[in-house]
Write a protein that binds this ligand. Structure first.
Ligand code: R5P
Length: 298
């Protein structure tokens, strides 16, 4: 088996764990924004795992998607790979898992279809943000779809922090599932979630707190992803105002639009913890062992 992807810490660790040779991809981007990902090695006749991650802070999911689509197609059509498994730890457009307003696209489904047309036979992702579908595989027709949980990776790092009997808090109603997953992994039954409303036009977020007794307690505010940081910052601020001692902001996907980290720290977060599903220099938790276990069939 070959691992195809950029020569970075994530892929070096993954290649080692699955005992695969790393064939590099050079992620070239022309000045006009067009991408030209180049595969720097021989893959003919091999089963390939393609591992490409989006970069944090740049807000370029479209550039990332084109890189993935071009590389998959190239591997299958020109480079002669036998089979392509895609490791796409953050699945862009997953939040558009429904047509919320008339005229909108069903983007998550379209992305899955594009990947299948390009030639993937299996897609491995982490904590895919699908609330309105039964599961990740509902997006695909033929390709196998695997959705791993990123919360165990967060829990491992959280357990090493000096937290006293922490309360796990989701910032909005949907996040109660994430809070439960993290609570299960962490080993506590103390979790709950606030409510949130987002104005579809302006993006403005209003958080409605619940009366939860967190005075003097340590709190982990957990979400699947942070983009602008607005949802997380509101919840962190509310937790602090409710008397929380240490507030950890923990999330799987550090999408992190410009200003997001400052927004969360400015709201009072003492610690920020995220995984490496997206390339971010601040990631402290890793999903590599979990993905490797799955690829090894364990
Ligand atoms: C939404 O339902 C997600 O789980 C996140 O809460 C949301 O995407 C975060 O977005 P932002 O950081 O822009 O508030």
């Amino acid at each position: 088996m070959l691992l195809v992807g950029p020569d970075d810490d994530f892929n070096r660790a993954l290649a080692k764990e699955i005992d695969a040779e790393l064939v590099q991809v050079d992620r070239r981007v022309f000045p006009d924004g067009e991408v030209c990902p180049r595969i720097l090695g021989e893959v003919r006749g091999s089963d390939v795992v393609l591992s490409l991650r989006m970069m944090a802070g740049q807000c370029r999911p479209n550039e990332y998607l084109m890189e993935v689509l071009f590389t998959v197609r190239n591997l299958k059509e020109h480079m002669g790979a036998e089979d392509v498994t895609l490791v796409m730890p953050y699945f862009p457009y997953a939040r558009q898992d429904a047509i919320f307003r008339p005229g909108e696209p069903l983007s998550s489904k379209y992305v899955a279809e594009l990947l299948e047309v390009a030639g993937v036979s299996k897609v491995v992702s982490v904590t895919v943000h699908l609330h309105r579908l039964g599961g990740f595989s509902d997006l695909f027709s033929d390709a196998e779809a695997i959705n791993l949980s990123g919360f165990e990776a967060l829990a491992q790092n959280l357990r090493s922090l000096p937290l006293m009997d922490p309360f796990i808090l989701g910032p909005d109603t949907e996040s109660i599932n994430w809070a439960r997953e993290l609570a299960d992994s962490y080993g506590t039954d103390r979790y709950d979630a606030f409510k949130k409303e987002r104005d579809f036009q302006t993006g403005e977020i209003r958080t409605f707190v619940k009366e939860i007794d967190i005075e003097g307690r340590d709190v982990i505010v957990v979400d699947d992803m942070v983009s602008t940081g607005g949802t997380m910052a509101n919840a962190v601020k509310a937790a602090k105002e409710m008397g929380a001692r240490i507030v950890v902001s923990a999330f799987v996907h550090p999408v992190l639009a410009p200003g997001a980290v400052d927004r969360i720290l400015g709201a009072g977060a003492d610690i920020i913890l995220a995984t490496d599903t997206i390339e971010w220099i601040g990631s402290k938790s890793t999903v590599v062992p979990m993905i490797a276990r799955m690829l090894r069939g364990g």
